[in-house]
Write a protein that binds this ligand. Sequence first.
Ligand code: NAP
Ligand code: GLV
Ligand code: GLV
Length: 333
Amino acid sequence: MPKLFITREIPFPATEKMKQLFTVSIWPKFVPPSKEEIINNAKGFDALVTTLEDKITCDIIESLSPQLKIIAQYAVGFDNVDLECATKHGVYVTNTPDVLTDATADIAWGLILSVSRRIVEADKFVRSGKWFLLGSAWHPTLMLGYDVYGKTLGIVGGGRIGYAVAKRAKGFDMRILYNSRNRHKEMEDLGARYVDLVTLFKESDIISLHVPLTNETYNLVDEKLLRLMKKTAFLINTARGKVVDLNALYKALKEGWIAGAGLDVYPSEPLDPKNPIVNLDNIVLLPHIGSATHETRAKMADLVYKNLEMFYNGDVPITLVNKDVLKIRKPGF
Ligand code: NAP
Ligand code: GLV
Ligand code: GLV
Protein backbone atom coordinates (compact mmCIF):
# COMPACT_ATOMS: atom_id res chain seq x y z
CA MET A 1 0.00 0.00 0.00
CA PRO A 2 1.23 3.52 -0.72
CA LYS A 3 1.95 5.64 2.35
CA LEU A 4 -0.04 8.73 3.30
CA PHE A 5 0.93 11.34 5.89
CA ILE A 6 -1.90 13.57 7.19
CA THR A 7 -0.69 16.72 8.93
CA ARG A 8 -3.67 17.01 11.29
CA GLU A 9 -6.43 14.83 12.70
CA ILE A 10 -9.41 15.13 10.34
CA PRO A 11 -12.12 13.30 12.29
CA PHE A 12 -14.59 12.57 9.50
CA PRO A 13 -15.63 9.31 7.79
CA ALA A 14 -13.43 9.99 4.73
CA THR A 15 -10.30 9.54 6.84
CA GLU A 16 -11.34 5.96 7.60
CA LYS A 17 -11.76 5.34 3.86
CA MET A 18 -8.23 6.63 3.25
CA LYS A 19 -6.98 3.85 5.53
CA GLN A 20 -8.35 1.29 3.07
CA LEU A 21 -6.12 2.59 0.26
CA PHE A 22 -3.07 3.76 2.17
CA THR A 23 -0.88 3.03 5.12
CA VAL A 24 -1.86 6.16 6.99
CA SER A 25 0.17 8.13 9.51
CA ILE A 26 -1.53 11.06 11.23
CA TRP A 27 0.25 13.91 13.04
CA PRO A 28 -1.19 13.47 16.55
CA LYS A 29 -0.81 16.98 17.95
CA PHE A 30 -3.14 19.99 17.79
CA VAL A 31 -0.13 22.20 17.03
CA PRO A 32 1.00 21.74 13.41
CA PRO A 33 4.22 19.93 12.52
CA SER A 34 7.25 22.12 11.76
CA LYS A 35 9.06 21.88 8.44
CA GLU A 36 11.54 19.38 9.94
CA GLU A 37 8.73 17.37 11.49
CA ILE A 38 6.93 17.13 8.14
CA ILE A 39 10.12 16.01 6.43
CA ASN A 40 10.97 13.45 9.14
CA ASN A 41 7.45 12.05 9.39
CA ALA A 42 6.75 11.92 5.66
CA LYS A 43 10.14 10.67 4.47
CA GLY A 44 9.52 7.84 2.01
CA PHE A 45 5.79 8.65 1.82
CA ASP A 46 3.81 8.79 -1.42
CA ALA A 47 1.09 11.25 -0.47
CA LEU A 48 0.41 14.14 1.89
CA VAL A 49 -2.82 15.63 3.17
CA THR A 50 -2.11 19.20 4.23
CA THR A 51 -3.95 22.15 5.73
CA LEU A 52 -3.50 25.81 4.87
CA GLU A 53 -1.37 26.20 8.00
CA ASP A 54 1.36 23.89 6.65
CA LYS A 55 3.89 25.80 4.63
CA ILE A 56 4.84 23.32 1.93
CA THR A 57 8.05 24.87 0.69
CA CYS A 58 10.29 23.70 -2.13
CA ASP A 59 12.66 22.40 0.57
CA ILE A 60 9.99 20.03 1.81
CA ILE A 61 8.97 18.92 -1.69
CA GLU A 62 12.59 18.29 -2.69
CA SER A 63 13.29 16.38 0.52
CA LEU A 64 10.32 14.09 -0.13
CA SER A 65 10.96 13.67 -3.88
CA PRO A 66 10.85 11.50 -5.90
CA GLN A 67 8.69 9.32 -3.63
CA LEU A 68 6.07 12.02 -3.02
CA LYS A 69 3.51 12.12 -5.80
CA ILE A 70 0.47 13.99 -4.52
CA ILE A 71 -0.35 16.73 -2.02
CA ALA A 72 -4.08 16.80 -1.29
CA GLN A 73 -4.82 20.09 0.43
CA TYR A 74 -7.73 20.23 2.89
CA ALA A 75 -8.74 23.77 1.80
CA VAL A 76 -9.59 25.62 -1.39
CA GLY A 77 -6.76 28.16 -1.07
CA PHE A 78 -3.34 26.69 -1.83
CA ASP A 79 -1.03 29.69 -1.46
CA ASN A 80 0.83 27.75 1.26
CA VAL A 81 2.09 25.24 -1.31
CA ASP A 82 5.00 26.03 -3.65
CA LEU A 83 3.07 25.08 -6.77
CA GLU A 84 5.84 25.73 -9.25
CA CYS A 85 8.21 23.48 -7.33
CA ALA A 86 5.55 20.76 -6.97
CA THR A 87 4.88 20.80 -10.71
CA LYS A 88 8.59 20.69 -11.51
CA HIS A 89 8.95 17.55 -9.39
CA GLY A 90 5.84 15.92 -10.85
CA VAL A 91 3.86 16.28 -7.61
CA TYR A 92 0.09 16.62 -8.08
CA VAL A 93 -1.61 19.28 -5.93
CA THR A 94 -5.36 19.15 -5.30
CA ASN A 95 -7.70 21.41 -3.26
CA THR A 96 -11.32 21.44 -2.02
CA PRO A 97 -13.33 23.99 -4.03
CA ASP A 98 -17.17 24.23 -4.23
CA VAL A 99 -18.00 22.20 -1.12
CA LEU A 100 -17.00 25.11 1.15
CA THR A 101 -18.36 27.94 -1.00
CA ASP A 102 -21.67 28.38 0.81
CA ALA A 103 -20.27 28.08 4.34
CA THR A 104 -17.66 30.74 3.52
CA ALA A 105 -20.23 33.02 1.87
CA ASP A 106 -22.38 32.67 5.01
CA ILE A 107 -19.49 33.74 7.26
CA ALA A 108 -18.83 36.75 4.99
CA TRP A 109 -22.49 37.66 5.44
CA GLY A 110 -22.19 37.07 9.17
CA LEU A 111 -19.40 39.64 9.21
CA ILE A 112 -21.36 42.07 7.04
CA LEU A 113 -24.32 42.07 9.40
CA SER A 114 -22.23 41.91 12.59
CA VAL A 115 -20.14 44.91 11.79
CA SER A 116 -22.83 47.05 10.11
CA ARG A 117 -25.30 46.51 12.95
CA ARG A 118 -22.68 46.37 15.73
CA ILE A 119 -23.90 42.95 16.84
CA VAL A 120 -20.73 41.82 18.62
CA GLU A 121 -20.27 45.20 20.31
CA ALA A 122 -23.91 45.17 21.39
CA ASP A 123 -23.57 41.65 22.81
CA LYS A 124 -20.65 42.83 24.95
CA PHE A 125 -22.74 45.82 26.02
CA VAL A 126 -25.46 43.55 27.39
CA ARG A 127 -23.11 41.04 29.07
CA SER A 128 -20.93 43.68 30.72
CA GLY A 129 -23.95 45.22 32.45
CA LYS A 130 -23.55 48.54 30.62
CA TRP A 131 -27.09 48.28 29.25
CA PHE A 132 -28.47 47.52 32.69
CA LEU A 133 -26.69 50.54 34.15
CA LEU A 134 -27.92 52.86 31.41
CA GLY A 135 -31.24 53.53 33.09
CA SER A 136 -33.04 53.40 29.76
CA ALA A 137 -33.82 50.23 27.81
CA TRP A 138 -34.45 51.80 24.43
CA HIS A 139 -33.07 55.07 23.25
CA PRO A 140 -33.35 56.66 19.77
CA THR A 141 -29.57 56.83 19.46
CA LEU A 142 -28.49 53.64 21.23
CA MET A 143 -26.00 51.53 19.22
CA LEU A 144 -26.74 53.02 15.83
CA GLY A 145 -25.24 51.19 12.90
CA TYR A 146 -25.87 51.40 9.17
CA ASP A 147 -28.49 49.80 6.92
CA VAL A 148 -27.37 46.84 4.85
CA TYR A 149 -30.64 46.41 2.97
CA GLY A 150 -30.71 48.38 -0.30
CA LYS A 151 -27.05 49.44 -0.17
CA THR A 152 -24.24 48.89 -2.70
CA LEU A 153 -22.11 45.76 -2.28
CA GLY A 154 -18.70 45.61 -3.99
CA ILE A 155 -17.26 42.16 -4.59
CA VAL A 156 -13.58 41.76 -5.37
CA GLY A 157 -13.03 38.38 -7.05
CA GLY A 158 -16.01 37.14 -9.05
CA GLY A 159 -15.34 33.42 -8.52
CA ARG A 160 -17.23 30.78 -6.57
CA ILE A 161 -17.43 32.47 -3.17
CA GLY A 162 -17.79 35.98 -4.62
CA TYR A 163 -20.81 34.76 -6.59
CA ALA A 164 -22.34 33.03 -3.54
CA VAL A 165 -21.99 36.27 -1.55
CA ALA A 166 -23.63 38.20 -4.41
CA LYS A 167 -26.54 35.73 -4.56
CA ARG A 168 -27.28 36.33 -0.88
CA ALA A 169 -27.18 40.10 -1.49
CA LYS A 170 -30.17 39.78 -3.84
CA GLY A 171 -32.30 38.98 -0.79
CA PHE A 172 -31.14 42.28 0.71
CA ASP A 173 -32.13 44.18 -2.45
CA MET A 174 -28.58 45.40 -2.90
CA ARG A 175 -26.98 47.00 -5.91
CA ILE A 176 -23.97 44.80 -6.73
CA LEU A 177 -20.66 45.84 -8.25
CA TYR A 178 -17.82 43.44 -8.90
CA ASN A 179 -14.23 43.40 -10.04
CA SER A 180 -12.32 40.35 -11.22
CA ARG A 181 -9.63 39.55 -13.76
CA ASN A 182 -12.38 38.45 -16.15
CA ARG A 183 -16.06 39.18 -16.53
CA HIS A 184 -18.40 36.53 -15.15
CA LYS A 185 -21.70 35.87 -16.90
CA GLU A 186 -23.39 34.39 -13.86
CA MET A 187 -22.53 37.52 -11.85
CA GLU A 188 -24.03 39.69 -14.56
CA ASP A 189 -27.12 37.49 -14.75
CA LEU A 190 -27.65 38.44 -11.11
CA GLY A 191 -27.49 42.10 -12.13
CA ALA A 192 -23.96 42.70 -10.83
CA ARG A 193 -22.09 45.43 -12.72
CA TYR A 194 -18.42 44.92 -13.69
CA VAL A 195 -16.35 47.95 -12.65
CA ASP A 196 -12.69 48.81 -12.11
CA LEU A 197 -11.30 48.63 -8.57
CA VAL A 198 -11.26 52.40 -8.10
CA THR A 199 -14.97 52.70 -8.95
CA LEU A 200 -15.74 49.73 -6.70
CA PHE A 201 -13.92 51.22 -3.73
CA LYS A 202 -15.48 54.67 -4.26
CA GLU A 203 -19.07 53.57 -4.74
CA SER A 204 -19.57 50.60 -2.43
CA ASP A 205 -21.07 50.69 1.05
CA ILE A 206 -19.76 47.21 1.79
CA ILE A 207 -16.70 45.69 0.11
CA SER A 208 -16.12 41.96 0.38
CA LEU A 209 -12.87 40.32 -0.76
CA HIS A 210 -12.88 36.93 -2.52
CA VAL A 211 -9.60 36.73 -4.44
CA PRO A 212 -6.93 34.11 -3.84
CA LEU A 213 -3.57 35.25 -2.45
CA THR A 214 -1.18 35.63 -5.39
CA ASN A 215 1.66 37.98 -6.34
CA GLU A 216 -0.98 40.28 -7.87
CA THR A 217 -3.32 40.32 -4.89
CA TYR A 218 -0.66 40.72 -2.16
CA ASN A 219 -1.53 43.98 -0.31
CA LEU A 220 -4.10 44.73 -3.02
CA VAL A 221 -6.12 46.72 -0.48
CA ASP A 222 -3.63 49.37 0.54
CA GLU A 223 -3.84 52.88 1.94
CA LYS A 224 -4.64 54.30 -1.50
CA LEU A 225 -7.73 52.14 -1.99
CA LEU A 226 -8.86 52.51 1.63
CA ARG A 227 -8.75 56.29 1.25
CA LEU A 228 -11.19 56.05 -1.66
CA MET A 229 -13.85 54.38 0.48
CA LYS A 230 -16.84 56.20 1.91
CA LYS A 231 -16.59 57.17 5.58
CA THR A 232 -19.72 55.09 6.13
CA ALA A 233 -18.40 52.00 4.32
CA PHE A 234 -17.24 48.60 5.60
CA LEU A 235 -14.49 46.22 4.46
CA ILE A 236 -14.96 42.46 4.83
CA ASN A 237 -12.09 40.01 4.34
CA THR A 238 -12.68 36.27 4.27
CA ALA A 239 -10.10 35.70 1.51
CA ARG A 240 -6.50 35.82 2.76
CA GLY A 241 -4.99 38.23 5.29
CA LYS A 242 -2.13 39.28 3.04
CA VAL A 243 -4.60 40.72 0.51
CA VAL A 244 -5.05 43.67 2.91
CA ASP A 245 -2.36 45.94 4.35
CA LEU A 246 -3.40 45.53 8.00
CA ASN A 247 -1.44 48.58 9.20
CA ALA A 248 -3.24 50.76 6.66
CA LEU A 249 -6.57 49.22 7.70
CA TYR A 250 -5.81 50.01 11.34
CA LYS A 251 -5.20 53.65 10.43
CA ALA A 252 -8.39 53.75 8.35
CA LEU A 253 -10.45 52.41 11.26
CA LYS A 254 -8.74 54.47 13.93
CA GLU A 255 -8.89 57.73 11.99
CA GLY A 256 -12.40 57.18 10.67
CA TRP A 257 -11.67 57.01 6.93
CA ILE A 258 -14.10 54.06 6.93
CA ALA A 259 -16.84 52.94 9.33
CA GLY A 260 -15.67 49.43 10.13
CA ALA A 261 -14.30 46.09 9.08
CA GLY A 262 -14.91 42.39 9.51
CA LEU A 263 -12.01 39.95 9.24
CA ASP A 264 -11.75 36.19 9.21
CA VAL A 265 -8.13 36.17 8.00
CA TYR A 266 -4.88 37.97 8.89
CA PRO A 267 -1.41 38.45 7.39
CA SER A 268 -0.03 36.37 10.24
CA GLU A 269 -2.24 33.77 11.91
CA PRO A 270 -3.18 33.39 14.68
CA LEU A 271 -3.54 37.16 15.14
CA ASP A 272 -1.32 38.45 17.94
CA PRO A 273 -3.67 39.88 20.60
CA LYS A 274 -1.11 42.66 21.08
CA ASN A 275 -1.97 43.92 17.60
CA PRO A 276 -3.58 47.36 18.18
CA ILE A 277 -6.46 46.45 15.87
CA VAL A 278 -7.80 44.27 18.69
CA ASN A 279 -8.56 47.39 20.75
CA LEU A 280 -10.88 48.93 18.18
CA ASP A 281 -14.65 48.66 18.55
CA ASN A 282 -15.45 49.06 14.86
CA ILE A 283 -14.02 45.73 13.78
CA VAL A 284 -15.24 42.15 14.16
CA LEU A 285 -12.49 39.53 14.33
CA LEU A 286 -12.98 35.84 13.60
CA PRO A 287 -10.36 33.05 13.86
CA HIS A 288 -10.36 31.86 10.21
CA ILE A 289 -13.61 29.89 10.42
CA GLY A 290 -14.99 30.41 6.90
CA SER A 291 -15.47 26.70 6.20
CA ALA A 292 -15.88 25.65 9.83
CA THR A 293 -19.17 23.76 9.90
CA HIS A 294 -19.66 20.07 10.68
CA GLU A 295 -21.20 19.47 7.26
CA THR A 296 -18.66 21.41 5.22
CA ARG A 297 -15.56 20.00 6.91
CA ALA A 298 -16.92 16.48 6.30
CA LYS A 299 -17.50 17.29 2.60
CA MET A 300 -13.98 18.73 2.32
CA ALA A 301 -12.63 15.45 3.71
CA ASP A 302 -14.74 13.52 1.17
CA LEU A 303 -13.24 15.60 -1.64
CA VAL A 304 -9.70 15.03 -0.36
CA TYR A 305 -10.46 11.30 -0.37
CA LYS A 306 -11.97 11.47 -3.86
CA ASN A 307 -8.82 13.15 -5.22
CA LEU A 308 -6.57 10.55 -3.59
CA GLU A 309 -8.76 7.69 -4.79
CA MET A 310 -8.77 8.96 -8.38
CA PHE A 311 -5.00 9.36 -8.35
CA TYR A 312 -4.69 5.87 -6.84
CA ASN A 313 -6.78 4.50 -9.72
CA GLY A 314 -4.59 6.25 -12.29
CA ASP A 315 -7.18 8.96 -13.04
CA VAL A 316 -6.67 12.71 -13.08
CA PRO A 317 -7.89 13.95 -9.66
CA ILE A 318 -11.19 15.84 -9.86
CA THR A 319 -9.86 19.11 -8.43
CA LEU A 320 -6.26 19.10 -9.62
CA VAL A 321 -4.73 22.56 -9.25
CA ASN A 322 -1.44 22.27 -11.19
CA LYS A 323 -2.65 20.93 -14.55
CA ASP A 324 0.86 21.31 -16.03
CA VAL A 325 1.96 18.36 -13.90
CA LEU A 326 0.12 16.10 -16.38
CA LYS A 327 2.98 16.77 -18.81
CA ILE A 328 5.52 15.58 -16.23
CA ARG A 329 3.97 12.45 -14.71
CA LYS A 330 0.92 10.24 -15.23
CA PRO A 331 -1.43 9.89 -12.24
CA GLY A 332 -0.97 6.75 -10.13
CA PHE A 333 1.42 5.39 -7.51
P1 NAP B 1 -12.22 31.14 -7.09
O1 NAP B 1 -13.50 30.53 -7.52
O2 NAP B 1 -10.97 30.77 -7.79
O3 NAP B 1 -12.43 32.71 -7.14
C1 NAP B 1 -11.40 33.63 -7.01
C2 NAP B 1 -11.62 34.73 -8.03
O4 NAP B 1 -10.67 35.75 -7.84
C3 NAP B 1 -11.49 34.24 -9.45
O5 NAP B 1 -12.72 34.40 -10.09
C4 NAP B 1 -10.39 35.12 -10.05
O6 NAP B 1 -10.51 35.67 -11.30
C5 NAP B 1 -10.37 36.30 -9.10
N1 NAP B 1 -9.03 36.90 -9.12
C6 NAP B 1 -7.82 36.30 -9.06
N2 NAP B 1 -6.84 37.21 -9.10
C7 NAP B 1 -7.44 38.41 -9.17
C8 NAP B 1 -6.96 39.75 -9.25
N3 NAP B 1 -5.65 39.99 -9.26
N4 NAP B 1 -7.85 40.75 -9.31
C9 NAP B 1 -9.19 40.50 -9.31
N5 NAP B 1 -9.70 39.25 -9.26
C10 NAP B 1 -8.84 38.23 -9.19
O7 NAP B 1 -11.96 30.85 -5.55
P2 NAP B 1 -13.04 30.72 -4.38
O8 NAP B 1 -13.41 29.30 -4.21
O9 NAP B 1 -14.11 31.73 -4.58
O10 NAP B 1 -12.11 31.12 -3.13
C11 NAP B 1 -11.52 32.39 -3.06
C12 NAP B 1 -10.52 32.46 -1.94
O11 NAP B 1 -11.18 32.51 -0.69
C13 NAP B 1 -9.59 31.25 -1.78
O12 NAP B 1 -8.50 31.33 -2.66
C14 NAP B 1 -9.18 31.30 -0.34
O13 NAP B 1 -7.98 32.00 -0.20
C15 NAP B 1 -10.31 32.07 0.33
N6 NAP B 1 -11.08 31.22 1.26
C16 NAP B 1 -11.12 31.54 2.58
C17 NAP B 1 -11.88 30.79 3.46
C18 NAP B 1 -11.94 31.12 4.92
O14 NAP B 1 -12.00 30.22 5.72
N7 NAP B 1 -11.95 32.38 5.29
C19 NAP B 1 -12.62 29.68 3.00
C20 NAP B 1 -12.57 29.39 1.65
C21 NAP B 1 -11.80 30.18 0.79
P3 NAP B 1 -11.20 35.43 -12.70
O15 NAP B 1 -12.07 34.21 -12.55
O16 NAP B 1 -11.97 36.67 -12.93
O17 NAP B 1 -10.08 35.22 -13.64
C1 GLV C 1 -9.75 28.35 3.74
O1 GLV C 1 -9.27 29.41 4.03
C2 GLV C 1 -9.59 27.72 2.48
O2 GLV C 1 -8.85 28.23 1.64
O3 GLV C 1 -10.21 26.66 2.29
C1 GLV D 1 -38.82 48.33 18.22
O1 GLV D 1 -38.78 47.37 18.98
C2 GLV D 1 -40.02 48.83 17.63
O2 GLV D 1 -41.10 48.32 17.98
O3 GLV D 1 -39.90 49.74 16.81
